[in-house]
Design a protein around this ligand. Structure first.
Ligand SMILES: [Ca+2]
Length: 116
């Protein structure tokens, strides 16, 4: 009886060499702490990316425009803004969230109720 390799017209696969070490770094047992969305120096405002004690500013609006415009941003930025700028708390950063964050920055809206 023919083996499967013979039926398919191929030779059996050659085993791969095994590396002595891991292919990627071993993760820490605890993930890095998520930065708070609320500004540490003013709890009725959003925090700015990268500094939980400073409040949302013009650079954050630029970053949000880039995120929405699918311009490359870092994974950390994407995580922060997707979580913190999901104004309607529906699990996604969408056009209405960007509009609401612009309104927030223009002092037309307060921080989203689920953070307040
Ligand atoms: Ca949303």
């Amino acid at each position: 009886m023919a083996s499967l390799g013979e039926i398919a017209g191929t030779t059996p696969p050659i085993p791969c060499a095994v590396s002595a070490g891991p292919y990627w770094p071993i993760r820490d047992t605890q993930p890095p702490a998520q930065q708070s969305c609320v500004c540490g120096s003013d709890p009725i405002k959003y925090s700015t990316f990268g500094d939980p004690t400073a409040c949302f500013a013009a650079n954050d609006m630029t970053n949000l425009e880039q995120l929405f415009g699918l311009v490359a941003v870092t994974d950390a930025m994407r995580e922060f803004y997707t979580r913190c700028s999901d104004y309607d708390n529906n699990g996604a950063f969408q056009a209405n969230d960007l509009t609401n964050m612009k309104r927030y920055y223009a002092n037309l809206l307060g921080i989203a109720p689920h953070f307040g």
